[in-house]
Design a protein around this ligand. Sequence first.
Ligand code: PGA
Length: 249
Amino acid sequence: MKPLIAANWKMNKDIKESVSLINKFEILIKNIKNVEIVVCPPFTSLNEVNKLIKGSNIDLGAQNMYFEEKGAFTGEISPLMLKDAGCEYVILGHSERRQCFNETNELINKKIKAALKNKLKPILCIGETLEQREKNETMKTIENQLINCLNNINEKGMKNISVAYEPVWAIGTGKNATPQQAEEVHKFIRKLLLKIYNKNIAENTRIIYGGSVKPSNIKELMKMENINGALVGGASLDAESFGELCNIK
Ligand code: PGA
């Protein structure tokens, strides 16, 4: 399966900075065909970045959205608006959304359904906190998040979803999960997908890893059987380092 490497810029880069980053990055990765590359800028830069990447090997994604299509929801962005701005992907359920904005599995489930309905491909983020890991609750947490976020989503929908395993303790801390720690959880997620769906879905869903991915650790992570790509925060803010990350083979 073709790996997916996605850049999550978070709340960084104004329009000018986004343009400059994309212009530099595009040159560095123009010959890459064996990886699907997605960039997720802040909302304000989506339109401009979309114009720059037209016809390139880079796809556009957003970092969040609301589940309603339009109406009186001050401050929110709808799936239709993301489509209009050129998005193909949307990150949903990121741990920062869960922690800073109290997003629940139930809300994330509604967002996934709305994204699918509007032909956006969700990148569903799940992951345990340090406390949960230390209490040996990693698998229980993952199972609970995955099952509830995917509630009532059928096989057809699941074909368009990627799952990102992002241990919260590894995000922005410089402390990544070891390839073995990540693989253990990825394998567990694949088993759960087999339980909920079928063999085809379980085998072909991309399960990507996120949490302090950088050029120095991506190769080891990608050697693992069940790691099909990466969701990259900090190291995606620099064209050279994200370029290097996308050159994984
Ligand atoms: P990080 O962030 O690479 O800076 O750890 C990853 C993420 O939050 O998606």
